[in-house]
Design a protein around this ligand. Structure first.
Ligand SMILES: [Zn+2]
Ligand SMILES: [Zn+2]
Length: 335
């Protein structure tokens, strides 16, 4: 009887946690944005949601194996602080670089306001902002998988072998800046108000935390609208056909439009990662994509390996001789 009650509670929690944590984050963000120090309070809310997710990961993990230490926690946090918090020096606690960038850049650019529907309710403006920003995120993320010149930076994110809340922000700085540029520049040019940037940044921050969470959540119909853990686990698959899908960061609209939405009715793989190898240290990981040798390591190719030459790939559209996650070949990009 007790077990049955427990399993019913577990089932209820698994359905409520994703929308509950997302809503809690947004309510907290609403509070933060109405204070005199919005960035500081937003970081407090963000870290509170991180803590709540970390506790839930222990209580009801999606995958036991992903609870094991992988020796990458320091690097995960360091990359998060550098790529997401680097521009938040004033707040000194890394959480959401897009919000910090927008706080400074939006008033400075001051684009013509008539392009943006400023008279609409804020919620509607945020939805439009999300859809536009998401197109930039989609293009940036898909390009990062399909162009080797960009995959060399994005591979760091896919090199993890476990998914949990702490490696949400494990992005190379170049990868992050590219995504911020493509998602935010259109909003600046359209004259979106600062509030829209703040809310788009908040939604991105909390959905981002949840996509990586190792909690046994059920998301059902939400999978058709938002980038959920279920969808993102497929994105981390080693199998190229599974991994080069679900590029959406918040919404999956553009995946559906461009045919990269992938949500089969089976459990996503536990064994995730890339065929190449990233450096062990934080500094090594940061510098690796900039050198020819590091680039080869990332791709999992030895110097002189026939597949490094264009001739070795003639007739091949894909680099997937090993069927592992990574970019579709543009071997001409290898200098
Ligand atoms: Zn990716
Ligand atoms: Zn990811």
């Amino acid at each position: 009887m007790q077990t049955k009650a427990k399993s019913q509670f577990y089932r209820l929690a698994s359905w409520l946690l994703w929308p509950g944590l997302f809503a809690a984050g947004l309510v907290g963000a609403g509070f933060a944005f109405h204070t005199a120090m919005p960035l500081l309070w937003f970081n407090v809310v963000y870290l509170s949601i991180v803590a709540a997710i970390a506790i839930c990961e222990r209580l009801m993990p999606y995958e036991q194996q992903w609870l094991q230490r992988d020796g990458e926690t320091f690097n995960d946090v360091a990359h998060t602080l550098l790529s997401k918090g680097g521009v938040q020096l004033a707040a000194a606690l890394g959480a959401s670089a897009p919000i910090a960038v927008a706080t400074i850049a939006q008033p400075a650019i001051n684009a013509p306001a008539w392009l943006w529907p400023v008279g609409w309710p804020l919620a509607a403006q945020v939805v439009i902002g999300l859809i536009i920003a998401e197109l930039g995120l989609y293009i940036a993320h898909r390009a990062a998988h399909e162009k080797l010149a960009l995959w060399r930076f994005h591979a760091l994110h896919h090199s993890v072998e476990r998914l949990w809340v702490v490696n949400t922000g494990r992005f190379h700085l170049v990868d992050s800046l590219f995504k911020i540029a493509l998602s935010q520049i259109p909003l600046y040019l359209l004259g979106a108000p600062l509030e829209v940037f703040l809310w788009v940044g908040a939604v991105t921050a909390f959905i981002g935390l949840l996509t990586h969470c190792n909690i046994d959540v059920r998301t059902g119909a939400l999978d058709f609208v938002f980038s959920t853990p279920q969808l993102h686990r497929w994105h981390h698959s080693r199998v190229l056909a599974e991994g080069n899908t679900n590029y959406g960061e918040n919404l999956v609209l553009w995946d559906q439009v461009f045919g990269t939405y992938f949500n089969p009715d089976r459990r996503p793989p536990v064994d995730i990662g890339i065929s190449g190898r990233v450096a062990d240290s934080f500094v090594g990981q940061f510098l690796q994509p900039f050198s020819k040798r590091g680039f080869r390591q990332i791709l999992g190719r030895k110097a002189g390996h026939p597949n490094l030459g264009i001739a070795g790939l003639e007739g091949s559209e894909s680099r997937s001789d090993d069927h592992t996650s990574g970019s579709i070949v543009e071997m001409q990009n290898i200098q």
